[in-house]
Design a protein around this ligand. Structure first.
Ligand SMILES: *Cc1c(COP(=O)(O)O)cnc(C)c1O
Length: 466
């Protein structure tokens, strides 16, 4: 708060603002604080000069309506918006903030690195160190290529798979998101699902046609893809635990079986762990499901909130990349030292004993509390949880794939989102995203969240038609 004030973002006296309510929102509802005006002005400036007012679509709140927030500061499990209103945060930067925002150790490491410079266009020890940590933690990872985003990692892995197999086609799953490269923007999750854009304009049919789509958790669909094109498929790419159609757990044995099918047909299995890597355990989540991918994608957490992605796998595949091999890939800011320090320090914090147990305890209580709130209010819905990622799907009894996710009651979700926001709980502005629990979420945050959900869902009950 001190820092906010110093930057002129917060009025004097604002620090007393109750969660979810700014000073300007008085009981009379008439007064509008200077900070609210500042927020309005910021929205106008963003709308004028940023494409669609944002740099990533889901931030625009198109699905839920209302005026998107601009965040000023984060600390632990808390975010503070530009009007000085505080929230318990479950967006977690869409995944990376697993140790909480602005963790002291991460901040100090990054600050120290920044003083030494941050883009040399040459290799540094830090890149080697992060690659070593990844290879020690991730089964099957002998080598790593570090890039600057999950999008790049997925695009690079496909290129390796196509080069290694000499085949053009890929199989992906409806509702899985692997970034926004051409081949992967077909029935994608995340923003593409939020905006009901199964395919993007600007992707040539010749490319999109090479992407075959299967329903998640349907082996029959994967078999059908291989039967239709037994010699043409380079790789199957899958989110180990999908979190971009909301959280959906893989059925028992599903991933292992997909891997066997791919192998039998000479195709690679690519597990996209950009979200799940180091979130569900220290390493890749695919080990929990006995999936043995040929390539693993990482991102988000391994950059600690800075832009990072990685492709990891056996030396024979990674050495296909230039300069050792014939598959071209490069990046001006790849492996940049500031991102490396943020990632290394975050992973150091995650390597401490008890970390994943804490996440599990808090997340289990949250899921139980949300399910209890649904039951108590007598409103339909279900809570999907895998480790510290969860989604409350409104109006549906079970969600095992994208089609069932799309059946969720979005109007109900939107009322829930705004009700929670008014009570100081910041959720992702889409039904098709996860809530992320961090190490900074303790019993107090979880119980406040559950209490808020009970109130909001009780209101939803009142609103139900008899
Ligand atoms: C976020 C995400 C990506 C894309 O990563 P960016 O860094 O946003 O490009 C890819 N795959 C999954 C599973 C993701 O959640």
């Amino acid at each position: 708060m001190q820092a906010l004030r110093a930057r002129g973002l917060v009025c004097k006296g604002q620090s007393a603002a109750a969660p979810g309510r700014s000073q300007g929102e008085t009981a009379s509802g008439i007064a509008v604080s200077a900070n609210q005006q500042k927020l309005e002005e910021l929205r106008r400036r963003a709308a004028a000069r940023l494409a669609g007012g944002v740099n990533s679509p889901v931030r625009a709140w198109k699905a839920v309506g209302g005026q998107p927030l601009f965040m000023a500061e984060g600390a632990g499990a808390t975010l503070v918006d530009c009007a000085g209103v505080r929230y318990i945060d479950y967006v977690g930067g869409f995944g990376p903030a697993i140790v909480g925002h602005a963790h002291r150790q991460v901040v100090e490491a990054v600050a120290e690195q920044v003083r030494r410079g941050f883009a040399f266009g040459a290799s540094t020890e830090l890149e080697v160190e992060l690659a070593e940590v990844i290879c020690r933690a991730v089964a099957g990872a002998e080598k790593v290529r570090l890039v600057s985003s999950g999008t790049e990692a997925a695009m690079t892995a496909l290129r390796i798979a196509r080069a290694a197999t000499g085949r053009p086609a890929i199989v992906k799953f409806d509702g899985c998101y692997h970034g926004h490269s051409d081949a992967l923007l077909v029935r994608a999750g995340s923003g593409a699902m939020t905006f009901a854009m199964p395919d993007s304009a600007g992707v040539p049919q010749a490319l999109a046609g090479l992407t075959r789509v299967a329903a998640f958790n349907s082996l029959a669909d994967v078999e059908r893809c291989f039967a239709a094109d037994p010699e043409g498929i380079a790789a199957v790419i899958v989110e180990t635990v999908p979190a971009n159609m909301g959280v959906v757990a893989p059925a028992r044995g599903f991933l292992a079986e997909v891997g066997r099918l791919a192998r039998r047909h000479g195709a690679l299995l690519i597990c996209d762990e950009v979200i799940t890597g180091f979130r569900l355990r220290f390493g890749a989540a695919c080990e929990l499901y006995e999936a043995k991918p040929d390539l693993i994608l990482l991102g988000k957490i391994i950059g600690g909130g800075m832009p990072v992605g990685a492709v990891a796998g056996p030396a024979a595949l990674l050495e296909r990349l230039a300069p050792a091999g014939d598959v071209y890939q490069a990046g001006t800011l790849s492996g940049n030292p500031v991102a490396m320090r943020a990632g290394l320090e975050t992973l150091r914090l995650l390597a401490r004993p008890g970390v994943y147990e804490h996440l599990e305890r808090m997340s289990a209580r949250l899921a139980e509390g949300l399910a209890g709130a649904l039951a108590g209010a007598g409103v339909p819905g279900c809570v999907n949880r895998v480790g510290s990622m969860l989604t409350l799907f409104h109006g549906v009894g079970e969600v095992r794939n994208a089609e069932e996710a799309r059946a969720a009651d979005l109007a109900r979700f939107n009322r829930f989102f705004h009700g929670m926001l008014r009570r100081g709980i910041y959720l992702a502005p889409s039904q098709f995203e996860a809530m992320f629990v961090s190490l900074a979420h303790g019993p107090e945050e979880i119980e406040r969240t559950v209490a808020a959900a009970e109130e909001v869902l009780a209101e939803a009950r009142v609103g139900l038609k008899p």
